[in-house]
Design a protein around this ligand. Structure first.
Ligand code: C5P
Length: 227
């Protein structure tokens, strides 16, 4: 396939406090990872690399094969690292030779609708080196140092970054090869390497499940019986 999707699912889930890796926590009868993969497989035929926590590779494969249906041959599972960036690098190393466009997606953004994937792929196909979904910032934002307010920040210049983040494969590979700092997203790394990254509209449902309140929201949205 021309497109490869790296799904990073190797986080510890410390902030969720569910007592295990976040990707395997249930939303309804399906896990966070399974929901994320259902969205991923809505994209046209792509290689799907699942980056799993060490020791949970078999569980990740089972979930991916189920989500893949008749496209199980497109699934690759690799072991993640201690940071997100290391996990992405492990996923990139497993991409097949024919992949030209790479999407990097947080499994924790489990309810991301298919249209966000197609917008990102569309922007790359239209010539962008990289494209990421963003949403306007709703809160008023301050720059702070401890308890001191240093400055107000003009909200109209800000956007919240989501995933999937898409890149030309040659650009992302080179940015990872040159990476010095640890970044929390791939667009920052590609920007440091000197490439322009475009913004496409994100989606409220692409929110990241981080805290217990986020998990409650996800459960409510899928109509899970949480009683
Ligand atoms: O920690 P955070 O919620 O920002 O992580 C975003 C995504 O990166 C999650 O889907 C998580 O599983 C993944 N991750 C990873 N390897 C790590 C840390 C985070 O795959 N070491």
């Amino acid at each position: 396939p021309r497109v490869g999707i790296v799904v990073v699912a190797a986080g510890s889930g410390t902030r969720l406090g569910a007592g295990g890796p976040k990707a395997f926590v249930g939303i309804d009868r399906h896990s966070i990872l399974r929901h994320a993969l259902d969205g991923v497989f809505s994209a046209p035929s792509a290689q799907v690399v699942v980056v799993a926590p060490a020791g949970r590779e078999g569980d990740a494969r089972t979930e991916a094969i189920e989500a893949a249906g008749d496209r199980a041959d497109l699934v690759t599972v690799v072991t993640g690292g201690t940071t997100r960036q290391e996990s992405v690098a492990a996923g990139l190393a497993a991409l097949w030779g024919d992949v030209e466009v790479v999407l990097v997606h947080d499994a924790a953004r489990a309810l991301t609708p298919p249209e966000v994937f197609s917008r990102v792929i569309g922007a790359i196909d239209a010539g962008a080196a990289g494209a990421i979904p963003v949403l306007p910032v709703i809160d008023t934002i301050k720059r702070v140092s401890g308890d001191e307010i240093l400055a107000a920040v003009d909200r109209s210049e800000l956007a919240a970054a989501q995933t999937p983040q898409g890149f030309r494969r040659d650009v992302l590979d080179a940015a990872y090869a040159a990476a010095i700092d640890d970044f929390t997203d791939d667009a920052a790394l590609v920007a440091q390497a000197g490439h322009a990254v475009s913004a496409v509209p994100g989606h409220p449902l692409a929110f990241k499940i981080t805290t217990g309140a986020d998990l409650d929201r996800a459960r409510h949205l899928v109509g899970a019986d949480t009683a």
